[in-house]
Ligand binder design. Structure first.
Ligand code: NAP
Length: 247
């Protein structure tokens, strides 16, 4: 595998939360990082500037990764800039919660379009490049909701369960070409996504008794991107959830 300092990572949805922490964690290892975002341009540019001023290398690139053309443009710009793509972290995600009986089709569709179709589009674009390079790491962010279900999240848990199945199939298809594909399933992590949720019932379901921090998820993602430490791991889903789900 290529030396870390020559590697390039695309992290989707890196302007905030887990994606932001992942961009910082990977940049700290010397990897060049693309900080993708949809709307938070100022936050993404500020993060890229922080990384660059701290001795790392980062580029903020806008792109709605639920859209095929935007994904193609994101990957083309990355290749123009750095000529290779070694790591893809499919992190961008949204929630549009509501009980099944009241869930609008548009809320179902928006979540599937980004949280599942976006993963497919980016993994497809990345694998084209990685197949030529004969190496790569694809890391998909799923959720405990995709493993155990969660009332009010039929759309989200369906998309995240889909990501687990997608991860296994992509891992089988790409293994012979030196590309690993794994998933990370966070539990409740303190980000904008979870800030409006009521803490008490959730905390009672977490053996470690607290929300996770974005950096704690980023640590697992960084490990899965590392060579040779994670070279023999593919098709797996790793929970970072304070013990919420134990198989
Ligand atoms: P967050 O703080 O809400 O951040 C979401 C990120 O996704 C932002 O950077 C946002 O960019 C980006 N994004 C949204 N729509 C996008 C699009 N169409 N194209 C590209 N980027 C887009 O979320 P988070 O909590 O860090 O979650 C990150 C991932 O972890 C998601 O896949 C989520 O489902 C998963 N997860 C989170 C938790 C949790 O407890 N937080 C638990 C399990 C799984 P803008 O700022 O530009 O909108």
């Amino acid at each position: 595998m290529t030396a870390l300092a020559e590697q390039v990572a695309i992290i989707t949805g890196a302007s905030r939360g887990i994606g932001r922490a992942t961009a910082l964690a990977l940049a700290a290892t010397g990897v060049k990082v693309v900080v993708n975002y949809a709307q938070s341009g100022a936050a993404a540019e500020a993060l890229a500037a922080d990384i660059n001023q701290g001795g790392g290398t980062a580029l903020a690139l806008q792109g709605d990764v639920s859209q095929n053309e935007a994904v193609d443009a994101l990957f083309a710009k990355t290749l123009d800039q750095w000529g290779r793509i070694d790591i893809l972290v499919n992190n961008a995600g949204i929630t549009r919660d509501g009980l099944l009986l009241r869930m609008k089709l548009e809320d179902w569709q928006a979540v599937i379009d980004l949280n599942l179709t976006g993963v497919f589009l980016c993994a497809k674009a990345a694998s084209k490049v990685m197949l030529k390079q004969k190496s790569g790491r694809i890391i998909n962010i799923t959720s405990v909701a995709g493993l155990g279900g969660n009332p009010g999240q039929a759309n989200y848990s369906a998309a995240k369960a889909g990501v687990v199945g997608f991860t296994k199939t992509a891992a089988r298809e790409l293994a012979s070409r030196g590309i690993t594909v794994n998933a990370v399933a966070p539990g409740f992590i303190a980000t904008d996504m979870t800030q409006d949720l009521k803490a008490e019932p959730i905390l009672a379901s977490i053996p470690l008794g607290r929300y996770g921090q974005p950096e704690e998820v980023a640590g697992m993602i960084r490990f899965l991107a590392t060579d040779p430490a994670a070279a023999y791991i593919t098709g797996q889903t790793f929970n970072v959830d304070g013990g919420m789900i134990m198989f």
